[in-house]
Design a binder for this molecule. Structure first.
Ligand code: GLA
Length: 774
């Protein structure tokens, strides 16, 4: 049994195979967080530190007992007004303007299977039908604020085998008057001891998911987004780890939100050195009116614990692949695609697309994606968004004919859309200017010359879905790339106020609430697209990785990681993404050189080695390739197919530190693993009989000391043989190569010493090696 409720002791224990999470009900009925970490039996309740700390208030019913304070005790969900001066995960305002709740435990209920979330949010296993086995066990805890009558339901699911827990919060107004939720976090973890680092993945457009590791000290460190999307700048996956943590050791906690909108994750070290990690929707500007009888559901949070980063990452990878992704492409091999963007930008017609298809077919590519520019009046990014009718004049043929033409040439057909946006120069905007978010009397903030459609309104979602699905039905796309190319500034709806709402009281136009409704509209749109095109692979995109999170992955099993296709920069981006996300989630393409973003030239093999650790494709004009390059690409695609299962289902190990080659420089050193002269990573099959090692060199110096790449995850006592799969250049010293390829090595030797980093001429060289047990 994964969940144990000891009613007598007031103890709630959640066990996975290797971790334990424990809560206790205090003598006053507060739900305290007692422990999360390595699997442990027994009660942590008697170990609470109960001391009078001064200036930390006490609940009224504690009488003269000054040792009991919400300000110093670890809380499961800290309620604002309850005596806790740290970040509160729950803040409720009542009609009289007061914010002060006191959540007390009422009851607990355990049940097999995964809890359900109402209200349209994505969640782990939400796609399973009732009764279908998810492998999870659930717990529901009910807390009540007696003053307002509000009920707070805390939901937990235990994925024993995956070593993962999920959490969610549902707030129900059981009182007669409306209440306003001003803060509702999805999860919090309180640690009574320890010095922690916060690891987060922040960056900018073109520099998404860069690894940052910071020592926490007194005060609060928070990251988040108020841009309407989870953003390029920050990511709703973080890790909290003990200061000594490495890939293989240390106490490491992972937390991810299954949400794609505004969020906030903070780590706070309090007056006693205790650490609180909390995560939820963005609180700034958030206020949600909850009428009598209504309920509000917070996004789900996913929690994991592991000893070392490697094992924690693998747990998140496995969990995401099994319980977040769903549909045909949860397991099916992702097709190798050619995307038209960097090869053509807006400059194409149907004939050019068909020619691309012919050339792609000749290379072994399986799917052709026609990117931006096929609809409305769209020869640049100044116009046309919102008009989802095919521009047959530009293409020179109807969309259905083009799609058929691509299929006749032996490829599958993919297409780009950006449903949430509208150009001012579009028929849709002229017809319905009220469909865009705009503040009356103020010129809107433009970004890429486009405005954001108000997806909080059902009729707007309906209209876009109707137009797009009608157009796409004609083409029956096998793949859709769903983009979103700006942040949201003005959130102001022109919808008619619903009963009980008025613009005047500020509730209807509350930015936080509106942007949450917007996000629910986006999810609704995606759900309908999935139902309309069940066999279609939808790839997420937001100017690259501006909405790269578990919420989107629920609908779009792969997401374009970045518009930055430079192979060397990608190493840093993919390194960062690998901590929380499986490689199948990461859209990765080989593009032309000199690279369009950086001007850097790298060997074709190096670009492929980088992209192979992702959902693989190309983004270039095949007509510009030499015969030699064509042959190389054919081979790369064979390699991708041959090693797909190993790459996508194997255990992923980082073998080098964060490469600080790009904009990450200046944000502080990695602190994880040393050298930045190379990047290396490894995937090992679950039975440990084979592995694929990828190595890319970044810098080259004269007479360097020997560097060894220490492998991980192999089996001790077993022997492996190493074979080359792909390389960008011949080894400089043939003897080194011979020594490595000729001998057999035990797993012990490869893990204790590792293989010497081969001398390859110049920078940006790469090697792909296959290891097989003999
Ligand atoms: C975004 C995407 C690109 C491309 C363009 C098209 O920037 O990230 O891949 O689709 O839009 O406008």
């Amino acid at each position: 049994m994964a969940i144990i409720y000891d009613r007598e002791q007031g103890l709630l224990t959640l066990h996975t195979l290797h971790s334990t999470y424990q809560m206790g009900i205090s003598s006053y009925g507060h739900l305290l967080h007692l422990y999360y970490g390595r699997r442990a039996e027994g009660s942590f309740l008697p170990l609470l530190s109960l001391r009078d700390r001064g200036f930390s208030g006490n609940p009224y019913d504690a009488g003269n007992d000054r040792s009991y304070s919400a300000d110093t005790l670890p809380q499961e969900l800290s309620a604002f007004g309850n005596g806790d001066y740290r970040h509160s995960g729950f803040r409720l305002r009542t009609a009289d303007g007061a914010c002060g709740s006191d959540l007390r435990f009422e009851e607990a209920r355990r049940y097999p299977g995964k809890y359900r979330l109402p209200g349209g949010l994505p969640a782990a296993d939400a796609f399973r039908t009732e009764g279908e086995e998810s492998g999870a066990e659930s717990l529901e805890l009910r807390l009540r604020d007696s003053r307002s009558g509000t009920l707070v339901r805390l939901l937990y699911a235990v994925y024993e085998e995956e070593d993962i827990l999920t959490r969610a919060v549902i707030v129900e107004n059981a009182g007669a008057e409306p209440v306003w939720i001003e803060q509702a976090d999805s999860a919090a973890l309180d640690f009574p001891r320890g010095h922690f680092d916060l690891v987060h993945f922040s960056g900018s457009y073109g520099n998404e998911r860069l690894y940052h590791r910071e020592r926490l000290s007194a005060g609060e460190k928070s990251i988040g987004s108020s841009r309407g999307a989870s953003s390029h700048q920050h990511n709703p996956f973080v890790m909290l780890c003990t200061a000594d943590s490495t890939e293989d050791s240390g106490e490491v906690y992972g937390l991810a939100l299954v949400y794609s909108g505004n969020f906030r994750i903070s780590a706070e070290v309090d007056q006693l050195g205790q650490t609180r990690l909390s995560a939820g929707m963005m609180d700034t500007h958030f206020s949600w009116r909850l009428g009598s009888g209504e309920q509000f559901c917070c996004p789900e949070a996913v929690l994991g614990f592991g000893e070392g980063f490697a094992v924690l990452s693998q747990r998140f990878h496995r969990f995401t692949s099994r319980h977040i992704l769903h549909g045909t492409f949860m397991k099916a091999r992702r097709p190798v695609l050619l995307n038209s963007w960097e090869g053509c930008y807006f400059d194409f017609d149907g004939t050019r697309i068909l020619r691309l298809a012919e050339e792609a077919k000749e290379l072994g590519i399986e799917l052709l994606v026609m990117d931006d520019g096929w609809f409305g009046k769209r020869d640049n990014d100044l116009s046309g968004l919102g008009d989802w009718q095919c521009n047959t004049k530009k293409l020179g043929m109807p969309l259905g004919v083009l799609a058929e033409g691509i299929r006749e040439r032996g490829l599958r057909f993919g297409i780009w859309i950006e449903p949430e946006m509208v150009s001012e120069d579009s028929a849709l905007f002229r017809e319905h200017p009220d469909y865009a978010f705009r503040i009356p009397g103020k010129e809107p903030i433009r970004s890429r010359m486009q405005l954001v459609l108000d997806f909080s309104r059902q009729e707007v979602v309906d209209r876009i879905f109707r137009d797009l699905s009608e157009t796409l039905r004609e083409a029956k796309p096998d793949y859709i790339k769903m983009d979103m190319n700006r942040s949201i500034m003005e959130a102001y709806t022109h919808a008619q106020p619903a009963a009980g709402e008025s613009c005047a009281d500020g509730t209807m136009q509350n930015r936080g609430a509106l942007l949450h409704r917007y996000m629910l509209g986006v999810y609704d749109f995606l759900r309908r697209m999935q139902a309309a095109f069940p066999e279609t692979l939808i790839e997420g995109c937001c100017g690259g990785g501006g909405r790269f999170d578990l919420g989107m992955l629920y609908f779009t099993p792969q997401i374009w990681l970045s518009d930055n296709t430079d192979a060397i920069e990608r190493l840093s981006l993919q390194y960062g993404a690998s901590f929380g996300y499986p490689i199948s989630a990461v859209g990765a393409h080989v593009s032309a050189v000199p690279n369009h973003q950086t001007g850097r030239s790298t060997p074709l093999a190096t670009r492929a080695v980088a992209a192979l650790s992702g959902s693989f494709g190309y983004e270039l004009d095949p007509a510009a390739l030499s015969p030699g390059e064509r042959a190389e690409i054919r081979q790369q695609i064979e390699i991708y197919k041959r090693y797909y299962v190993l790459l996508h289902e194997g255990d992923y190990y980082r073998l080098s530190g964060a490469a600080m080659g790009c904009a990450a420089a200046g944000f502080g050193a990695d602190g994880n693993m040393g050298s930045d002269s190379f990047s290396a990573w490894l995937t090992v099959s679950s039975d440990q009989t084979e592995a694929l090692l990828s190595v890319v060199t970044r810098t080259q110096h004269c007479n360097t000391p020997a560097e060894y790449i220490r492998l991980r995850g192999l089996r001790r006592g077993r022997e492996y043989r190493i074979a080359p799969v792909m390389q960008s250049a011949e080894w400089y010293l043939p003897k080194e190569k011979e020594a490595l390829l000729f001998h057999r090595f035990t797993g012990d030797v490869l893990m204790e010493r590792g293989i010497p980093l081969p001398l390859l001429p110049g920078e940006y060289q790469s090697l792909l090696l296959h290891l097989r047990e003999v």
